[in-house]
Design a protein around this ligand. Structure first.
Ligand code: C5P
Length: 222
């Protein structure tokens, strides 16, 4: 059976990584969380005091930063230069700055080279903002996941409460909307549905419902 490429894009906290992981597992494909790569660079920059506005300094840092994504039982382990940063890259400090880092053209170009290398043999589910438009423009299946800001903030909030983390629903709404705005309005590879992507509004759907929809789209095409 042919091992295809599946691109899943959409705004912040739309459930992309949750469904992408399940689909990859279901098909025995590799899962690549491209947001984790931008987050890892952001974390590294903050650790080293590199200015997030400086494209040149960030590119230099990226060129000496190995980012590794490894599958694990409860998701994915992310390491930079051999040090695990799986939880660190989900902090509010990283989340609220990553869109600044992701604006820079040369940083994106290097990330895209790395992402295309990970996908070169097919059999991949990749999620992000520009996968269907730029990273894997020839992906056999392209999905664009949407949900209202209220619904996405609510899901984030419930997830935090479940984990016992402090959480503020109104703040999530503000942060999510702000990140979407920066990601959609940037000059280089903005968040945008590819013309040939299939849009799924997940606002009223369960995770299982979304997974089922995407799997049926995949099975139609393979
Ligand atoms: O998917 P996640 O929310 O972890 O992505 C974090 C940030 O990384 C996004 O808000 C966006 O600024 C950036 N990103 C991107 N292109 C991608 C994936 C993520 O610009 N393909």
């Amino acid at each position: 059976e042919k091992r295809i490429s599946i691109a899943i894009d959409g705004p912040a906290a739309a459930g992309k990584s949750t469904v992408a992981k399940i689909i990859a597992e279901n098909l025995s494909y590799i899962y690549v969380d491209t947001g984790a790569m931008y987050r890892a660079l952001t974390y590294q920059a903050q650790q080293q005091g590199v200015k997030l506005e400086s494209e040149e300094a960030l590119l230099r840092l990226l060129n000496e930063t190995e980012i590794e994504l490894k599958p694990s039982e409860n998701g994915q382990i992310v390491s930079v230069n051999g040090k695990e940063v799986t939880n660190e890259i989900r902090s509010a400090e990283v989340t609220n700055s990553v869109s600044i880092v992701a604006k820079h053209r040369s940083v994106r170009e290097e990330m895209v080279v790395r992402q295309q290398k990970l996908a070169q043999n097919g059999g991949v589910v990749m999620d992000g903002r520009d996968i269907g438009t730029h990273v894997l423009p020839h992906a056999e299946v392209k999905i664009f996941l949407l949900a209202s800001v209220e619904e996405r903030a609510q899901r984030r909030h419930e997830e935090n409460v479940r984990k016992g983390f402090p959480s503020n629903l109104e703040q999530h709404k503000i942060d999510i909307a702000r990140r979407d705005k920066i990601d959609s309005e940037r000059e280089v590879a903005p968040l945008k549905k590819a013309d040939d992507a299939i849009e799924i509004d997940t606002t009223a759907l369960s995770i299982e419902g979304v997974v089922e929809k995407i799997l049926s789209i995949i099975h139609e095409r393979v």
